[in-house]
Ligand binder design. Structure first.
Ligand code: SAH
Length: 218
């Protein structure tokens, strides 16, 4: 990270360490790679300036265009549940601020991420580049169709709530791959579901209740 950004990051270091301890570890997240990533990624650089002081608090924050950056615990939980490994290839639908992509990029080999709001797609791509994430590939578009060119993916994270799991994403999941997605009506509480592909069959596990912004279509 560049000197200027490093300095900014340091100022928030104690808040970030406290966040990991009280919000993440105390709630049962234990994967060391996930915890390390959460300790490292400067979350305050992924939120609008006026919310920087709140970046490490226990709730989601607005990032403009009616969208939000997820609560830190939810990011950690979704990352842990897909069991990320250092040689894996991940797909994220809903880049938003780029924070979840950065967390994944700290752990896995390569991250592909798609965002449907053009301004956010551009901003997050620039942000990730500036922060030195060379293993993240960003794209503007409707993530419903996944990203065929780079499929199959070991891991897929969807960070917007869909009424049903998009079939193209299930198709693009590798053997033994894991996909996590909030499923439910946009205005309601949704259910976080985990899809595991085994011998070309899919198993769906229902995890917990969450509230996400709606999955949109172009
Ligand atoms: N992962 C993000 C959270 C962003 S909120 C972060 O770490 O900040 C969910 C995002 O999904 C929003 O930015 C929204 O615009 C985007 N989105 C909604 N429907 C989408 C779709 N069909 N394809 C791609 N992105 C979508």
């Amino acid at each position: 990270m560049a000197g200027f950004l490093q300095q900014q990051a340091d100022q928030f270091e104690p808040m970030r360490q406290r966040m990991v301890k009280t919000q993440i570890m105390n709630r049962g997240i234990s994967n060391p790679a996930v915890l390390d990533a959460m300790r490292k990624v400067p979350r305050h650089l992924f939120v609008p300036k006026e919310y920087q002081d709140e970046a490490y608090n226990d709730y989601p924050l607005p990032i403009g265009y009616g969208q939000t950056i997820s609560q830190p615990y939810i990011v950690a939980y979704m990352t842990e549940v897909i069991r990320p490994g250092s040689r894996m290839k991940a797909l994220e639908i809903g880049t938003g601020s780029g924070y979840q992509a950065a967390i994944l990029a700290e752990i896995v080999d390569k991250v592909y991420t798609i965002e449907i709001v053009p301004e956010l797609a551009k901003e997050s791509e620039e942000r990730l580049k500036k922060l030195g994430y060379k293993n993240v590939v960003c794209k503007y578009g409707d993530g419903y169709q996944g990203w065929k060119e780079y499929a199959p993916f070991d891991l897929i994270i969807v960070t917007a709530a869909a009424e049903t799991i998009p079939q193209p994403l299930i198709d693009q999941l590798a053997e033994d791959g894991r996909l996590v997605i909030p499923v439910g009506k946009p205005s309601a509480v949704q259910e976080l579901q985990l899809v595991v592909k085994k011998k070309s069959k899919t198993e769906i596990k229902r995890l917990t209740f969450v509230r996400f912004v709606p999955f949109k279509r172009l």
